[in-house]
Structure formats: structure tokens, C-alpha cells
Design a protein around this ligand. Structure first.
Ligand SMILES: C[S@@+](CC[C@H](N)C(=O)[O-])C[C@H]1O[C@@H](n2cnc3c(N)ncnc32)[C@H](O)[C@@H]1O
Ligand code: SF4
Ligand code: SF4
Length: 346
């Protein structure tokens, strides 16, 4: 059989994102425009993970067809490999992302507007008590659970109960926690039995100063977050957590604090992940005002200067989600980016 050179993305083999209403995605839902493999409340694990939709997704990627991934910001994950047959069926995923409850204790301006109403129907009422049972086939082979991508893990009873149950029933699972940091105290980490079980801790701060933080995180508590970050930093420095990141979604409100947040992260032994702004949840008006990555934005050139500075590009403390999109500020499509980067294949 002819050996086939192709671009390989590991995600549809190793990652399952279990999101609102029980939909399962092989990657970030927005990047793949909501292409779901199936639903945990309606189908079995095998029907979803190795069903027709999963096979179709893997086959397309094997054939270097990335039309299902138009919003991808993870070019770094792709590799060129050689093999001779597509692997359409997969072993169970090793990484499970859980986003089943959107309860939160604050309102960040780019996530939830003033009048945002929390949707409490993300889990069917008759399935609430059986959640751990339904999730078991997904969890029994998993090494990592990341939570909560759609709400605030420490504020959500559903998320807290799930973590406790998972920690007891699947003692080998490590957690990747993403939080706004307000309730991420030593006491709450211990109450969830998370001590020695955290592989990755991400705190979304989006600012260096209290003034800018307060403009973004409505109802937040800067001082508490900084105290908790210092506690997490001590865990990272003593080797108790493997990876530690701060999230910084870049907007016209906070971009001037990029150099300070890089220096701060160096001090606390964390990386800072810069993210582009998404236009989600009907926030179009605000998005147009603060989306500094848009060439038409009045401060666009100032951001270009900043992200082309030596300090930004060469910093070892920086993680950039979607390098071309971010550093080159190129609004070219992902498909075109792939074509440019893998010219010898496509
Ligand atoms: C939805 S939050 C859920 C986890 C947790 N509550 C937190 O804030 O980290 C996950 C990440 O998405 C980011 N985010 C929310 N809305 C966004 C938007 N419109 N554009 C880019 N990032 C956004 C948040 O700042 C956070 O880093
Ligand atoms: S190519 Fe990009 S969007 Fe598609 S599955 Fe891989 S990482 Fe996700
Ligand atoms: S803390 Fe997280 S979930 Fe809550 S509003 Fe902010 S970004 Fe959204």
C-alpha cells in the first residue's frame, strides 16, 4: 500500500470535551463550529466515541481536509507524519474536559453582559443524580479531567460534587482546574480532595492592576485573587502542581498591561497565556469596541508594536494561543495557514 504523508492532529483520539446539554466535541467547540460526536445523555460511549460522526471527523483530518476546523487556533499541535491507513476508530480519550454547569460568581464583560441569565437546564433534570454513572465510561480510562470551561468551578455545586466523586472513584485521575481564582483558596482546594491531584492550574486574571481588573471582572475581588495566586505559586515552586498559567484575554482595555503581566508571571513561576477575544453570547457591540485585534480598531497599531517587541516574542513565560493569529495579527483563515505551513503535503 502507498505510504501516505499527512498532517496529524491528536485531539480526536485523546480529547473529549463534554459540554452543555451533554454534547461531546473532539476539540474546542468554537474552533470546530460545534461539530459534535454525539450526546452523553442520549447515546452510549461507543456510539459517540467511535460512531459515524467521530469516524467522519477523523477521516477528514487524515485526508488533510480541515474544513471542519475553520476556527482552529492550535497550529502548534499539528505534526507531519507518514502512515498508510487512516485510524478511524480510537481508544478511549485520555483527557476529558467537563463543562456542564455555567453557574458563576462574577460577570466578566466579554463573557456575560449585565443582564445575562444563567441557564440551569444544561443537564436534564432526570439525569442529575446519575451524572457520575453516565460519565463513568468516559472517566474510567482517563488520565486528566479539566473543569470547568463554561462556568466557575469553585462557585458551582455541580462541579464541586463531581470533582469530589471523581477524586474518590478514580483516584489516578489528575485535574486541570480553570478558575477566576476568587474562591481558589487552600481550604477549598483541600475540601475538594485536590491536594496532590492538580496537574494544571489556570487562573483567568486578564489584568495586572486592580483598576484594569475591575473594568473587566464585574463583581470580582482582586485582592483575594492575588492572595490565591501567591498560594498557587508556592505550590508550583514546591513541585506540588505541574503547570501553572494565568489567562489574559487581550482587549483594548488591558493590552497596555501585557509587559507587566509577563514580568509578574516570571516572579510567580507561571506562564501567561494570551488569548484573542471571541465574539460570544450576543456581545457584538462591546466586541466591536474592544476588539483590538481588528485592523480597524484605533489602537491596533499599538498592539502590533507591543507583540512584535523582543520582550514579548522571546519571553519564555508567554504562551500564545494561535501564533499566526496573534503575533502576526493575520486574519487569514486557518485553512490558508495550514496550506502555507505544510506546503509539501497539501
Ligand atoms: C468561560 S471561562 C470559564 C472558566 C473560569 N470561570 C475562568 O474564568 O477562567 C474560560 C476562559 O474563557 C475566557 N473567555 C470568556 N469569554 C471570552 C471571550 N469572549 N473571548 C475570549 N475569551 C473569553 C475566560 O476569560 C476564561 O479564561
Ligand atoms: S485541527 Fe485544530 S480545531 Fe481541528 S481538532 Fe485539531 S486542534 Fe482542534
Ligand atoms: S469568571 Fe469565567 S465563567 Fe465567570 S464570567 Fe468570567 S469568564 Fe465567564
Amino acid at each position: 500500500m502507498k505510504e501516505n504523508k499527512h498532517i496529524y492532529c491528536p485531539n480526536p483520539y485523546i480529547l473529549a470535551e463534554i459540554m452543555p446539554y451533554g454534547e461531546v466535541y473532539p476539540c474546542s467547540c468554537g474552533w470546530i463550529r460545534g461539530y459534535s460526536f454525539g450526546n452523553i445523555f442520549e447515546q452510549t460511549f461507543d456510539e459517540i466515541w467511535n460512531g459515524d460522526r467521530a469516524k467522519e471527523f477523523r477521516e477528514k483530518l487524515y485526508n488533510n481536509d480541515f474544513s471542519l476546523c475553520p476556527g482552529c487556533q492550535n497550529l502548534e499541535i499539528l505534526q507531519e507524519i507518514k502512515d498508510n491507513e487512516p485510524k478511524l476508530v480510537s481508544e478511549p480519550p485520555e483527557r476529558i474536559l467537563l463543562g456542564l454547569d455555567e453557574f458563576c460568581d462574577v460577570k466578566c464583560i466579554f463573557c456575560r453582559g449585565e443582564n445575562y441569565k444563567i441557564n440551569t437546564n444544561l443537564i436534564p433534570k432526570d439525569k442529575e443524580d446519575k451524572l457520575i454513572e453516565i460519565l463513568t465510561p468516559w472517566l474510567e480510562h482517563a488520565k486528566y479531567v479539566k473543569t470547568n470551561a463554561v462556568g466557575e468551578v469553585f462557585a458551582s455545586k455541580i462541579s464541586r460534587d463531581l470533582i469530589k466523586e471523581i477524586a474518590i472513584k478514580f483516584p489516578n485521575i489528575k485535574f486541570e482546574i480553570i478558575t477566576n481564582g476568587i474562591q481558589c483558596t487552600k481550604e477549598n482546594i483541600e475540601n475538594l480532595n485536590l491536594t496532590d491531584k492538580i496537574s494544571m492550574m489556570t487562573v483567568s486574571l486578564h489584568a495586572f492592576s486592580e483598576k484594569i481588573y475591575n473594568k473587566i471582572v464585574k463583581g470580582g475581588d482582586y485582592k483575594k485573587v492575588i492572595d490565591n495566586i501567591m498560594y498557587l505559586s508556592s505550590l508550583k515552586k514546591s513541585g506540588k502542581i505541574e503547570r501553572f498559567e494565568l489567562h489574559f484575554t487581550v482587549t483594548s482595555i488591558n493590552y497596555k498591561e501585557i509587559p507587566q503581566i509577563i514580568k509578574f508571571c516570571r516572579q510567580i513561576d507561571a506562564k501567561v497565556r494570551f488569548l484573542g477575544l471571541d465574539c460570544s453570547r450576543d456581545l457584538e457591540e462591546l466586541y466591536n469596541k474592544i476588539n483590538i485585534q481588528d485592523k480597524k480598531h484605533p489602537d491596533y497599531n499599538k498592539l502590533v508594536k507591543l507583540v512584535h517587541s523582543k520582550e514579548f516574542i522571546e519571553s519564555k513565560d508567554v504562551v500564545i494561543q494561535g501564533y499566526d493569529y496573534f503575533v502576526n495579527l493575520q486574519k487569514i483563515s486557518f485553512i490558508d495557514t495550514i496550506k502555507n505551513n505544510f506546503k509539501n503535503i497539501i
